[in-house]
Design a protein around this ligand. Structure first.
Ligand SMILES: NC(=O)C1=CN([C@@H]2O[C@H](COP(=O)(O)OP(=O)(O)OC[C@H]3O[C@@H](n4cnc5c(N)ncnc54)[C@H](OP(=O)(O)O)[C@@H]3O)[C@@H](O)[C@H]2O)C=CC1
Ligand SMILES: CC(=O)N[C@@H](CCC(=O)OP(=O)(O)O)C(=O)O
Length: 396
């Protein structure tokens, strides 16, 4: 057996590595170091849907990954073309292995033309609804991280209610592990199929899971006002995503009906100490290409203070590479995480007694999608969890 260590920490960051012997009670619930089967030297992956935003982002991250080689990339509409025709910022010559590993393949193909014997793992970056049958048709031996919503909901009836169709692969739906990495390392490391969380659910759950788990906030009456960059809607051209429709304005959508509501409630219910979680959730489309903020208004449990909430989160994430809790008075900005796998969280006292405001920011395409997918795949393959993911946020 080999260990997939929790993220390696850069020198001088002052956070010691966590050994098995110092796992406290909290870490026993959300372990930071997991045991996995012996890791391969190198992994060969396919990126299904590489011509979309999340597929492109995965491929960008993999360009410099020391142990993962991109062996197949797919598109329906651009099959047969070199990747740089679709994404000129991802030229073959930028890929680390291209000079060393002539087997790297950066020509787009259709999904049905992927040579599966050359691939051991798959990132599936396809629209939800199209994904179930494609994953069900893959050879059983492949490890899969699915970025769509198709395998996130555990209850088939809830899935049918929110997605408007019966699930086409219910056995796989039951098998899939929900991959909010910081809380699911053990399960992810031994999974064959990981359902990568949605971007809004990631930004919401990272702060709320520890607070509910500790009983510091009440499960009812949680109000979430969330904002996303336009890339969250994917590359498919819709009129509502055109520059003229988005620039110099903002709009809410999915009021009371957004499909991330059941996903968030399902996962928060798992840790709630005092009954089912109920959220009011309103997402907004913002005039920037990437970035996401969730502002959460919560009721504190009797006797709890804002300082308790902040201390709980700081304690939860102090050993984590990708989740950061700001000191009192500092306020997150989407620019603090742009282009990176980081999440930054702030906690504030509301002027209404007994309430607190929790803010979290992520890059929807990285921690909200492709970065977290790579974090999960690293664990599944037994590689260091942060490999290929240490990009510092871009500014300006
Ligand atoms: N964008 C985001 O911030 C996030 C997205 N997600 C989820 O990730 C998944 C991908 O999203 P995103 O990258 O934004 O989407 P895009 O619309 O940008 O890309 C979709 C990709 O899927 C391909 N595709 C479309 N239909 C089919 C089909 N029937 N068969 C095979 N391939 C197909 C497209 O190929 P082509 O058009 O070239 O034919 C394209 O490569 C979605 O399920 C989304 O909900 C999750 C978290 C965040
Ligand atoms: C701006 C925008 O439209 N965002 C998408 C969410 C993107 C995402 O996370 O969707 P998945 O659940 O499919 O992963 C939406 O609101 O539907």
């Amino acid at each position: 057996m080999a260990f997939a260590a929790r993220p390696r920490l850069g020198g001088g960051r002052g956070r010691g590595a966590t050994g098995e012997g110092d796992l406290g009670a909290r870490q026993a619930i959300f372990p930071r170091r997991v045991r996995v089967a012996a890791a391969p030297e190198q992994a060969q992956v396919a990126v299904l849907g590489a011509s979309g935003y999340t597929g492109a982002e995965i491929t960008r991250l993999l360009a410099l990954h020391p142990r993962i080689n991109v062996r197949a990339i797919t598109s329906e509409r651009s099959a047969g073309q070199p990747f740089r025709t679709t994404f000129p910022h991802l030229r073959e010559s930028f890929f680390k292995s291209e000079s060393e590993d002539a087997t790297m393949n950066l020509t787009l193909t259709k999904v049905e033309d992927v040579e599966w014997d050359q691939v051991d793992s798959v990132f599936c970056c396809l629209p939800h609804g199209t994904t179930q049958e494609i994953i069900a048709g893959l050879p059983q031996s492949k490890k899969v991280v699915d970025l769509s919503a198709d395998f996130r909901l555990k209850d088939v009836d809830v899935y049918a209610q929110w997605y408007g169709a019966a699930h086409k692969a219910p056995d796989l739906q039951r098998e899939a592990v929900y991959g909010l990495t910081e809380f699911k390392r053990q399960e992810v490391a031994s999974a064959r199929l990981v359902a990568n969380p949605g971007c809004y659910p990631t930004s919401i759950q990272l702060p709320l899971v520890p607070l509910l788990d500790a009983g510091l906030i009440l499960p009812e009456d949680i109000i979430i006002d969330a904002k996303s960059g336009v890339s969250g809607a994917g590359r498919g051209a819709k009129q509502s995503n055109l520059y003229c429709e988005i620039a110099e304005g903002m709009n809410s959508y999915g009021i009371t009906s957004h499909r991330h509501v059941p996903e968030v409630e399902q996962q928060l219910d798992e840790v709630s100490k005092s009954g089912p979680v109920r959220i009011s959730f309103t997402p907004h489309l913002m005039p920037f290409s990437r970035g996401m903020q969730s502002t959460m208004y919560v009721k504190m449990a009797a006797g709890a203070t804002v300082a308790d909430l902040r201390a709980r989160l700081a304690d939860q994430f102090q050993e984590e590479t990708f989740v950061h809790v700001l000191p009192e008075g500092e306020i997150p900005h989407t620019r603090f995480v742009r282009g990176s796998n980081h999440c930054v969280i702030g906690v504030y006292e509301d002027r209404i007694e007994g309430r607190a405001i929790v803010i979290s920011v992520i890059d929807n395409l990285v921690k909200g999608a492709s970065g977290q997918a790579l974090q999960n795949m690293n664990l599944m393959l037994g590689f260091p969890e942060d490999e290929g993911l240490m990009q510092i946020p871009m500014f300006p």
